[in-house]
Design a protein around this ligand. Structure first.
Ligand SMILES: O=C(O)CCC(=O)C(=O)O
Length: 264
């Protein structure tokens, strides 16, 4: 089975959801023109890392973002891994939340970022999630994580081995100075889990960081299928063949050969 996957590598205007929403719409239109099956957005696309202003900026219960993503999924018949957005659940509780929609406009997953990134003081403003993010999208069992989560292979393995998920989606705001680590971590997650990795990073800058782009689509052997530039906005498009993964898992059956009883 071949899937056409697109990654929206975009710049994000700090603290300006209305501007960012327009861009989200533009990239859905572009993906639709190219006949894409699955579209992936980056992390915190509504506000960027404007953590100090979440009280006024965060999307209340995620309602605006859900409505936008649902309408795009329906209108363009796109499966959408909706990056993440800043949401508020109560007046003073904020989350970094991912929503996933199928191409009928049905929400099939919601995930709150589990590992918060201390270097950006994320834990001072955001409440950490506690739940997994596994779903079937376009018929493919998949999992998705947010940015810093990729430094925790035990968490990703937990999700990937629940049932062997075949695609791992990663959405990020990853700074340029650690972009080599971004690539290596993603390749490692692909190889150890024998999975396709589809990773969306933003470009541009905010007051504290320059973000490194370099969005990637990686095969289950860790080979890079497609990569975007480090600086420019782009719609990165790749075709993946899921049967390749079945073949690789058959040759080196790491999921069968695990010894989880010894890992505690
Ligand atoms: O782990 C890193 O180096 C970057 C993580 C990050 O920027 C984030 O989680 O927002």
């Amino acid at each position: 089975m071949t899937l056409k996957i697109a990654v929206a590598q975009i710049d994000i205007a700090l603290g300006q959801p209305a501007i960012n929403e327009k861009k989200i719409i533009t990239y859905a239109e572009k993906a639709s023109d190219l006949g894409v099956d699955i579209l992936v957005y980056p992390e915190m696309w509504n506000t960027g890392y404007d953590l100090k202003n979440l009280a006024t900026l965060a999307d209340i219960r995620g309602e605006k973002s859900v409505s936008l993503l649902r309408s795009l999924a329906e209108k363009y018949h796109l499966n959408i891994v909706g990056g993440s957005v800043a949401t508020s659940q109560n007046d003073d509780e904020f989350y970094n939340t991912m929503y996933v929609f199928n191409n009928q406009g049905k929400q099939i997953s919601m995930y709150n970022k589990l590992h918060l990134f201390g270097l950006m003081n994320e834990e001072k403003y955001i409440t950490a999630g506690k739940s997994m993010n596994c779903f079937t999208l376009s018929g493919i069992p998949s999992a998705a994580v947010i940015c810093y989560d990729i430094r925790f292979p035990e968490w990703i393995r937990t999700m990937m081995s629940k049932e062997p998920q075949q695609i791992l989606y990663v959405v990020a705001e990853w700074p340029v100075q650690r972009i080599q680590q971004w690539q290596l971590l993603l390749q490692a997650r692909a190889i150890e889990n024998q999975t396709f990795v589809v990773a969306a990073n933003r470009v541009g800058r905010d007051d504290n960081n320059v973000f490194g782009g370099h969005s990637l689509v990686i095969d289950p052997l860790g080979n890079i299928i497609q990569q975007a530039s480090d600086e420019n906005e782009a719609l990165l498009v790749a075709e993946i063949n899921i049967a390749d993964e079945d073949y690789i898992r058959g040759e080196i059956p790491v999921f069968r050969d695990r010894r989880p009883e010894l890992y505690q």
